[in-house]
Design a binder for this molecule. Structure first.
Ligand code: COA
Length: 149
């Protein structure tokens, strides 16, 4: 079945409920305060929201830095919309933001057990630069990944 195209845009004031809810769904396991903390980050850093047919289906937050790698602080797709290329489209948008801000790459942290995320990032050109034992809640191991431009 052919799906309607995705559209990426910057965060708006009326996205707050969507970002909070998806953050709680996607990140609470590793960050119990994700609902509030991720919304705060989204409101204070460049954030992209992706829509399909007028429905919000994902978002990502980028902390850009000139002459250094930007940080992909968060990326999440609604559970029922996963596996349809939305994460890949968000990641490409994050990379465009970082390049436009003069960043030298994109760095991120993700749980070592998060196979979907690891696969997405590896396929998009990221490599593991550090292992971070107990990074989340002093329990879950993470990795730092980098893509240089
Ligand atoms: C990680 C996440 C953003 C991926 O989004 P998505 O829209 O499902 O990803 P895409 O459909 O664009 O998939 C792109 C690639 O990711 C990988 N991937 C996605 N889902 C996967 C899964 N369940 N298992 C293995 N690999 C997977 C595949 O390599 C895929 O490429 P392919 O289509 O050629 O097989 C999504 O699973 C998510 O929101 N997870 C919860 C939040 C999270 O973990 N964020 C990342 C850490 S900060």
């Amino acid at each position: 079945m052919q799906r309607s195209p995705l559209s990426l845009r910057s965060l708006r004031g009326d996205d707050a409920a969507f970002v909070s809810q998806l953050s709680a769904e996607a990140f609470s396991e590793f960050a119990p305060d994700a609902r509030r903390s991720t919304l705060w980050l989204a409101e204070h850093h460049p954030t992209l929201v992706v829509e399909r047919s007028g429905d919000r289906v994902g978002f990502c937050v980028v902390r850009s830095a000139q002459r250094h790698p930007a940080e992909l602080i968060a990326i999440a797709v609604r559970e029922r919309e996963r596996g349809r290329g939305i994460g890949r489209a968000l990641l490409a948008g994050a990379e465009r933001l970082a390049r436009a801000a003069g960043s030298t790459g994109l760095v991120l942290h993700t749980a070592e057990a998060n196979l979907a995320a690891l696969d997405l990032f590896m396929k998009s050109g990221f490599r593991v630069t550090r292992k971070l034992p107990g990074y989340y809640l002093r329990v879950f191991d993470a990795v730092e990944m980098l893509k240089e431009f």
